[in-house]
Design a protein around this ligand. Sequence first.
Ligand code: F6P
Length: 365
Amino acid sequence: MPAKGNVRRIGVLTGGGDCPGLNAVIRGVTKPAEDYGMTVYGILDGFEGLVEGRAKELHNADVSGILSQGGTILGSSNKGDPFHWPVENNGKVEIEDRSADVVKNYNAWNLDALIAIGGDGTMHICNKLCGLGLNIIGVPKTIDNDLEATDVTFGHDSAVYVVTEALDRLHTTASSHHRVIVVEVMGRYAGWIALHGGLAGGADIILIPEIPFSWESVFKKIHERELMGKRFSLVCVAEGARPEGGDIVITEKDKKRTDPIRLGGIGKVVADKIEEGTGRETRVTVLGHLQRGGSPTPFDRILSTKFGAFAIELAAEKKFCRMVALKGNEIKNVKIEDAIARQKLVRQDNQALIAARRVGISFGD
Ligand code: F6P
């Protein structure tokens, strides 16, 4: 559906799990839109609103004062995949394709383009909507930082800040009580939050999905620290981490979600095993959604604003089916289909990983 003439009407939605910086992107899109002579439609609750036809016009006044606010003023959902729409029938969940409703609403609102802010799930949906002829522009968000096409996603820095602060606080209590404290962090199948948060917060052991760990090696590190007179240890474990030969720990499977698997629980498993294997009193803290809530860091506010402002520029230039991306210090754009080709995982040659090893942090391998 190529936009004829100038691009006049833009939809914007936030899909998947929220994170700090979403409002800054919405503001970054809406404020410049007026200068381009565009009207912005905020679609409510992510793809759910796109299927169900729920949207409202956004004006400068609506986005004033939201730069520092966490969450999203538009609402979001991780259950609204139009191609995989869950319908409950007599307690059974059945899946329908509601993509025709998306096309219908897009046309009914006379949209020339749609800016979708989201993670890999959202970008996969965007790619399929491009296939239906919709003019989509993607903006990459996720605390997990697992999108290969951009150096970093907004939200990640804010989550790392929360992990760092938590580790700083847990340090003093672990040290006072001579305990081991295990901190479980999010990140899905990528270890970026654990690696960066653990490094910044001075964790002694970091366990990530990319490096299956051995229990012996974890116990050894704790004993070594004791031999050096350090009677406490901090372990930062990613929710997707697993022991060698073991499985990832899943909290629940929910067919209604875009990604049916909800991870969580490895922190308790690690804490119990450490207490059993070392005899040291061990506690666990699960940071959970604290990592997604609250105000974005300055880095995330700047990146989100740049992403929003560049997305509207792409729309004005009619560069569709592309995602904005940070490359070095510049905002570029990449094809959405290329952006979803690979997940970004922590590699052995990652410099943060190498530096962490050099300062004595164990990865349990
Ligand atoms: O993708 C972001 C994320 O916070 C993951 O790190 C985590 O596994 C998942 O979302 C949690 O999802 P929910 O909020 O649906 O429990």
